[in-house]
Design a protein around this ligand. Structure first.
Ligand code: GLA
Length: 388
């Protein structure tokens, strides 16, 4: 890790800006989600993977209660703000560290002042959790330097609060939990109600291919909130008949069918996605464990259809990529990953077929949409850690 390009880049930039070596370098990864989309705000299950793209933070503590943070990728934009009172938001990238400060203060913890330089190779707004990586990197660094000794799940919850209440994005807990708790070589099955985790090793010889449509999410915030509200509506109606339903997590496919007539048509379809998707997470986890890759692939494809038709968060570009990927021999399955409306798909592919998949995706996508997708292989990596 010490010879990683971004490690060298971020430490050199820190030295040149602050005339000293950083006392800590932290790496927090982005993620792809194998399956379990839009289930995390329904108390459901998810199966994400921390990836080999990450936010890197070089940081040192200061004597005063002030912090200066600089982002190499944002033309070295630099911001300074207090850490003993709530910093004011300006809507930019620094709202993530500022939100983390806000969340620590809310918990009665006073973080130390820091000097920090940040870089990241997680693509922004591509559905790979670049913002969670950033929050988790800062929260981890502050936790270390301030000796708070927080657990990883608590750190993830703190970051989610920062994003929900300070930044103003109503996300679930998946992205922060996988950035904090990911494990190299493994997918992490997370119960978002209890935060219990089980790790499933990725089979040998299988690659996760990411294809980025390069369509950047439009309207995600509002559409995301509309989906959340529709799920809540479904729960409110079902609760009139099923007293022990606290979230869609508690509803079975049979119960949903039984009460179909009570729900508005759209709300029924949204709920059907969530309920069937929860079941798919459990099935995929089991099939991964048992090495039934063909079945894993089928479930991924089914999951994509459900997101496209019932949850309506896909776009034609993502459908093209999924359809093209599964045409190639050696591809088990593919689906959009993340919130949708743009961003990336993932495909599970035999290592020997990766080049074919890349070539085919490029050809089909360009013919249909006139631009090239960015396609690359990614590996399950570790969650946040101190690198030096
Ligand atoms: C975004 C959110 C997550 C999750 C996914 C959809 O990535 O941040 O909490 O809801 O969308 O599965």
């Amino acid at each position: 890790m010490l010879d990683h390009t971004l490690y060298r880049k971020v430490t050199a930039a820190f030295r040149s800006r602050f005339q000293d070596s950083p006392s800590l370098v932290v790496r927090a990864p982005g993620r792809v989600n194998l399956i379990g989309e839009h289930t995390d705000y329904n108390d459901g299950f998810v199966l994400p993977v921390a990836v080999d793209r990450a936010a890197w933070l070089a940081v040192s503590p200061r004597e005063d209660s002030w912090s200066t943070v600089r982002a190499i990728d944002m033309k070295n934009d630099e911001q300074s703000f207090p850490v003993d009172q709530v910093p004011s938001s300006d809507g930019g990238w620094a709202d993530y560290p500022k939100g983390v400060v806000w969340a620590f203060l809310e918990q009665g913890l006073k973080p130390v002042g820091i000097n920090a330089v940040l870089t990241s190779d997680v693509p922004v707004a591509a559905g790979m959790s670049s913002s969670a990586a950033l929050e988790v990197a800062f929260a981890y660094a502050w936790d270390q330097l301030s000796d708070f000794g927080m657990s990883m799940p608590d750190l993830a919850l703190l970051c989610q609060r920062a994003e929900n209440q300070y930044v103003g994005v109503n996300c679930g807990i998946m992205d922060q939990m996988i950035s904090a708790c990911g494990k190299a070589g493994h997918a992490m099955m997370l119960d978002t109600r209890t935060l219990e985790r089980a790790y499933f090793s990725m089979p040998e010889g299988i690659a996760i291919v990411v294809a980025d449509s390069m369509v950047r999410r439009a309207l995600t915030g509002s559409e995301y909130n509309v989906r959340r509200a529709q799920c809540e509506e479904a729960v409110a109606i079902l609760q009139e008949h099923l007293s022990d339903v606290a979230a869609l997590r508690d509803v079975t496919v049979e119960q949903l069918l039984q009460f179909e007539e009570m729900l508005p048509e759209v709300v029924y379809r949204r709920a059907r996605h969530v309920v069937t998707e929860n079941a798919r997470v459990l099935e995929v986890s089991r099939a991964l464990y048992e090495g039934h890759l063909a079945y894993v692939g089928e479930l991924l494809i089914e999951g994509h259809r459900s997101l496209r038709d019932d949850y309506e968060v896909s776009i034609p570009e993502l459908d093209t990529l999924v359809e093209a990927a599964v045409e190639v021999d050696g591809c088990y399955g593919a689906r959009l990953t993340g919130a949708g409306f743009g961003g990336c798909i993932i495909a599970l592919v035999d290592e020997g077929a990766v080049t074919d998949v890349e070539a085919h995706l490029g050809k089909v996508y360009e013919a249909k949409h006139g631009t090239a997708p960015t396609v690359y292989m990614t590996r399950p990596d570790n969650g946040v850690a101190k690198i030096a």
